[in-house]
Design a protein around this ligand. Structure first.
Ligand code: IPM
Ligand code: MG
Length: 363
């Protein structure tokens, strides 16, 4: 079969890791008789430099014509001026909003051979395997007003945290559905002791629980959750939360998987039923790491595993997705590591070599 994929490498290490994701897809194509038709576009700082905006309307239109988007990372010191009118990050935010990608899935899985890469004690982190569901198109990121202005007593700034019942309902549904396919335990994270949006969140989640009598729902405060993640990571199976909490907690959770370089993500407009496809954008959760760019250094596995999620959710190719995941595991078992996950008796490789090794195992 032939599939149309949009590729947006972005800034910093984005192009290096995305190249390895494409390599993995090509290896899948060769092995299983698929062909991937790639269209490349600019996003973030790269787009600002050439097109004057972090996401040109043409690029968004091309994404809509594709079956899925493989995304690298955006940002860098060159575009960091706080007074700048356009920011690289606007590119990814416009994509999420413009494509209606409200459900962000971030699996946190510790590969057993990386147990010593996690800063958490082995006895605590062993067996960590859960999925974080982050609401992606609401909350502080998009609420209005959002502005900074001059007052008689100095400058002021405001961001707005807003959520509607509809927005909460659709994301918490995703949580319940995924929980049903796993250990039937859903943790909903909020700050209901302080925030009104969180009280609405809790009310909606409690209401939905009646539709899922087979799933156990637990409400957890975000501060307590941040502690529990480190204290007992195996406690979690499916976690659902709003945009900002999800942003922060998933960086924390990446340390359970050994490295940010191991954490893929899928941003979806709907969760596909088995055998069906749903449009999505796939990106590593790490950033553009400008200091490490251009050195063939960083770990491409997060992007390769994101490509696997693309195969699973947007192309309905679960067998092929599994082949990619198994290849990653096999390469790690063989002892190959990028700098971020080095351990005793491991062999250090660069970005390209890691990508070649994984592609080799797929084929
Ligand atoms: C992420 C990133 C983004 C976010 C940035 C780059 C805007 O941190 O995907 O977690 O805050 O959502
Ligand atoms: Mg983040």
């Amino acid at each position: 079969m032939k599939f149309k994929i949009m590729v947006l490498p972005g800034d910093g290490v984005g192009s290096e890791v995305v190249a390895e994701g494409v390599k993995a897809l090509n290896a899948v194509g060769k092995k299983y008789g698929h062909s991937f038709d790639y269209t490349y576009g600019l996003v973030g700082g790269a787009a600002i430099d050439v097109q004057g905006t972090a996401l040109a309307p043409e690029t968004l239109a091309l994404c809509k014509k594709s079956e899925g988007v493989l995304f690298g990372a955006v940002g860098g010191p060159k575009w960091d001026d706080p007074k700048a009118q356009v920011r690289p990050e606007d590119g990814i935010l416009a994509l999420r909003k413009g494509l209606g990608l409200f459900a962000n899935l971030r699996p946190v899985k510790l590969y057993p051979m990386l147990i010593d890469s996690s800063p958490i004690k082995p006895d605590i982190v062993r067996g960590t395997d859960f999925i974080f569901i982050r609401e992606l198109t609401g909350g502080l990121y998009f609420g209005k007003p959002k502005k900074q202005w001059q007052t008689a007593r100095g400058e002021r700034a405001v961001d707005t945290m807003a959520y509607s019942e509809k927005e909460i309902t659709r994301i918490v549904h995703v949580g319940f559905e995924l929980a049903r396919s796993r250990r039937k335990k859903l943790v909903s994270v909020d700050k209901a002791n302080v925030l009104q949006t969180s009280r609405l969140w809790r009310q909606v989640a409690t209401g939905l629980a009646k539709e899922y009598p087979d799933v156990e729902l637990e409400h957890m405060l975000v501060d307590s959750c941040s502690m529990r993640l480190i204290q007992q990571p195996t406690y979690f199976d499916i976690v659902v939360t709003e945009n900002t909490f999800g942003d922060i907690l998933t960086d924390e959770a990446s340390m359970l998987a050994g490295s940010m370089g191991m954490m893929p993500s899928a941003s979806l407009a709907a969760i596909p039923k088995e055998g069906e496809k749903s449009f999505g954008l796939y990106e590593p959760i790490h950033g553009s790491a400008p200091k490490r760019a251009g050195q063939n250094l960083v770990n491409p596995i997060a992007t390769i595993l994101s490509a696997a999620m693309l195969l699973r959710y947007s192309l309905a190719l679960p067998k092929e997705a599994q082949a990619v995941e198994a290849a990653v595991e096999a390469v790690l078992k063989d002892g190959y590591r990028t700098y971020d996950i080095m351990g005793d008796d491991t062999k250090k490789v660069g970005t390209r070599e890691m990508g070649d090794l994984v592609a080799g195992k797929i084929g």
